[in-house]
Design a protein around this ligand. Structure first.
Ligand SMILES: [Zn+2]
Length: 134
């Protein structure tokens, strides 16, 4: 396998980590969507627990989907050689943070600002995902 200059610049192979995470999320999403579509023929009296499960599955799918988007954005930043730089202030994201969250788009200070500005709706960045993986 040929390695590009971007890989050589990174202290660790974050691209591999991100590709593995993307594959994991994709297969997880596919499995859950198949579970959802498999419930189509259920009898009416059996539907109540199914709806409840579907609701849960959709919420989980949404988290997986959001994380998948973050992972893909991080891979794009590797390709454009912007990986490891905060998307808000441009400063380097500490490697300890990238080790824990390879798809982190912001430094800790900017992430905290971003999260506090967006605490009314569903998180669309890694704040909640960080809590989940902690
Ligand atoms: Zn920043």
């Amino acid at each position: 396998m040929k390695t590009g200059k971007t890989l050589a610049k990174l202290p660790k192979n974050y691209r591999m980590l991100l590709l593995a995470k993307r594959a994991e999320l994709s297969s997880s999403l596919r499995t859950k969507l198949e579970t959802l579509s498999a419930t189509g023929g259920a009898a009416l009296e059996d539907m109540a627990p199914v709806f409840s499960d579907q609701f849960t599955a959709l919420r989980i799918n949404r988290l997986d989907y959001l994380q998948l988007k973050l992972v893909e954005a991080a891979l794009a930043r590797i390709d454009s050689e912007e990986y490891g730089l905060c998307t808000d202030c441009g400063s380097a994201i500490p490697s300890s943070r990238l080790d824990a969250i390879p798809w982190a788009a912001r430094c800790i200070a900017c992430q905290e600002l971003f999260s506090s500005d967006n605490d009314s709706g569903f998180p669309d960045d890694s704040a909640q995902l960080e809590e989940m993986s902690a």
